[in-house]
Design a binder for this molecule. Structure first.
Ligand code: FES
Ligand SMILES: [Fe+2]
Length: 412
């Protein structure tokens, strides 16, 4: 990769820019990105904005998925209003027809025998579907990697739910770094200290649990811990981040927010993954997948209340703050804090010891960006030989030895 940034020193300030030609933008273009849900893609095209590009997602009459430039190459009309047919997507203005690969198949108003359509190629990107989520790849064609087989999407069995896409109007990185920051759980998401739940007991501001930030093959994890009564055991809470923008927070919304401490013994059996796709520098879209493999047929129903973005408190009449009320809804609490930070490039920051997760995450991402700059395959991009491998991330809530015991056979 060459370009204006090839020799520049990069810092976290560069992470907010995702358009083509920027360091983070070119890095993102090396991974498959979530671009839609199967359930939202029926007989109409769907407009999407990915990494600063306006595109249209559709499924043709033969079931093939297409991701094309939004504006017709003829005279610019939005293909969001086009007609889906067996062979592709037809522009509503003059009827030019495009297949999922961007080839122009027909130009009804051109003279008979015209071959001009053969000279027109529209912008198109590869698309794949996995477990109900649709992914697009916007990078160099010759470097297209296999789509990772993300476990909660690729595994059969259990109950799977993909929430409606959520759209936010702030920078993608503000959201992602929140997951590497377990210190905030004990303050921002503080619940009633006397409600007897794991959440109020484990994450509370009077006794903030220490945590470790650990680099992994796929990215990193943060592991919070407190001593358990059993010798050598700890209460442990572990969450993961995979490059470029995937998070696994596992049991959190089941165990922390709803259940008593005893629930730890059985765990939730739920994998809770989030796929974050930057629309542009100021907007991102969030796709959330739950995959439950436990015995409760009503698990998703029981989970639902913790996902409702409804504050637990009313705001007084004199409270004119636009993001109030927020307390009592984990989602609203997160949105309030993240959307008011400003981009990392514009912030004045004083990072403390408890920001070590964020510091590690920034280093991992900047290293990956540097790998792209040097023409290498960045961390988290699957190698061709890994195509069939299930992609998992560590996530745990419960009691186990901590620090983990070293396997006696591992070191020889
Ligand atoms: S603008 Fe699309 S066919 Fe003319
Ligand atoms: Fe949070």
């Amino acid at each position: 990769m060459t370009g204006t940034w090839a020799s520049a020193m990069l810092s976290a300030r560069d992470l907010a820019q995702v358009s083509r030609g920027t360091p983070a933008g070119e890095w993102f273009r090396r991974y498959w990105m979530a671009v839609g849900r199967r359930d939202d893609l029926r007989d109409l095209p769907v407009r999407v904005r990915i990494l600063g590009e306006d595109l249209v997602l559709f499924r043709d009459g033969e079931g093939r998925l297409g991701l094309l430039g939004l504006h017709c190459p003829h005279r610019g009309t939005s293909l969001e209003y086009g007609d889906v047919g067996p062979a592709g997507l037809r522009c509503p203005y003059h009827g030019w027809l495009f297949d999922v690969g961007g080839a122009c198949l027909e130009q009804p108003a051109e003279p008979p025998g015209s071959v001009f359509h053969e000279k027109v190629r529209h912008l198109s990107y590869p698309v794949r579907e996995l477990g109900g989520l649709i992914f697009g790849y916007l990078g160099p064609p010759e470097l297209e990697p296999p789509l990772p087989r993300y476990a909660p999407l690729a595994e059969s069995g259990g109950q799977r739910r993909i929430e409606a896409a959520r759209h936010y109007d702030y920078n993608w990185y503000n959201f992602i770094e929140n997951g590497a920051d377990p210190a905030h759980f004990s303050t921002l998401h503080l619940s009633d200290p006397d409600d007897g739940t794991w959440r109020s007991w484990f994450f509370n501001a009077r006794d903030v649990p220490p945590f470790d930030a650990v680099e992994t093959e796929y990215g990193m994890k943060v592991v919070s811990h407190k001593p358990a009564p059993e010798p050598g055991m700890s209460y442990v809470d572990e969450k993961s981040y995979a490059l470029p923008s995937v998070m696994q927070i596992g049991d959190t919304e089941f165990t922390h927010f709803k259940e008593p401490r005893e629930a730890l013994a059985r765990g939730s059996g739920n994998a809770h993954w989030m796929f974050i796709t930057p629309d542009d520098d100021d907007h991102f879209t969030l796709y959330t997948v739950d995959h439950y493999t436990g015995p409760d047929p009503d698990f998703m129903t029981r989970l639902a209340p913790s996902r409702r973005p409804v504050a637990a408190v009313q705001k007084p009449e004199h409270d004119r703050r636009p993001l109030s009320p927020f307390r009592g809804s984990v989602r609203l609490e997160d949105i309030m804090t993240q959307s008011t930070q400003g981009k990392v490039a514009d912030r004045a920051e004083r990072l403390a010891a408890s920001d070590k997760g964020i510091i590690l995450q920034r280093r991992i991402i900047l290293n990956a960006i540097e790998q792209v700059r040097r023409g290498l395959r960045p961390k988290g991009v699957a190698a061709p030989e890994d195509a069939g491998r299930l992609m998992r991330m560590d996530s745990f809530t419960g009691i186990r030895p901590y620090p983990p015991k070293i396997d006696a056979g591992a070191g020889g």
